[in-house]
Design a binder for this molecule. Structure first.
Ligand code: DX5
Ligand code: ZN
Length: 217
């Protein structure tokens, strides 16, 4: 069954505990970390992840949109992340491999993320050791953007590589996911759907989560 991961980027940061409780029927909680360099936006860092960890048992899916992420992997692991995604565009391949090793050493699940410009083949050096591949369906940086249909091909290509080399690996999509686009990405092979505005912009977030889940049937 497809997993739903609401993104707290669209939550009210002054009422984060309340807004996390509002999505407690979801499978994972998606946490967007931005550094103002890899992407033109700043969000939250290690202390906020540590605070979130104290207030929820939810699986914390932490999306690092930061340059040279290996510098912070251990801190995010210690703060309580359950899974970390590092962008393949954020450092040299050897340092991406180092970041994945650091996750492994800390018992945290490992993922790589792809900007829309990055080809599916870029996951090949890592695929056999990954727990997840994250395919962006918008340019990373902001919530509420329009889903890029051209990314459906990348999702299909990554799905084919996962089926061939590591069938247990999850395939997450992030950006512009709402009931209509959810159906398309599931059809293309996604297993985890991130949704920010579609969940938090809804009057009833729990209902929005169910609606997204329903897109699988
Ligand atoms: C964008 C973030 C997303 C964002 C998605 O860079 O990685 O997780 O919160 O927001 P929506 O679902 O509104 O596109
Ligand atoms: Zn994200």
């Amino acid at each position: 069954m497809v997993k739903i991961a609401p993104s707290i980027l669209s939550a009210d940061f002054c009422n984060l505990e309340r807004d996390i409780r509002r999505v407690s029927t979801a499978d994972w909680l998606h946490v967007d970390v931005m550094d103002g360099a890899f992407v033109p936006n700043l969000t939250i860092g290690v202390p906020v992840v540590a605070s979130i960890r104290k207030h929820t048992e939810m699986f914390l899916d932490v999306h690092l949109m930061i340059d040279k992420p290996v510098r912070y992997v251990e801190q995010f692991c210690k703060a309580g992340a359950d899974l970390l995604s590092v962008h393949l565009e954020a450092d040299h391949p050897t340092r991406i491999a180092d970041a994945l090793h650091a996750m492994e050493a800390n018992g945290v699940k490992k993922a790589v993320a792809l900007r829309p410009i990055t080809s599916a083949k870029a996951v090949l050096p890592y695929i056999e050791q990954l727990d997840m591949v994250l395919v962006m369906t918008v340019e990373p940086g902001f919530g509420g953007q329009k889903f890029m249909e051209s990314q459906l091909d990348t999702i299909r290509e990554v799905r084919a590589l996962i089926d061939k080399y590591n069938p247990a690996c999850e395939l997450e999509v992030d950006g512009g996911i709402a009931p209509g686009t959810a159906e398309q990405v599931i059809e293309a092979g996604a297993t985890v759907l991130v949704a920010g505005s579609a969940v938090y912009g809804a009057e009833d977030p729990a209902k929005a989560i169910e609606l997204l889940r329903g897109s699988a049937s």
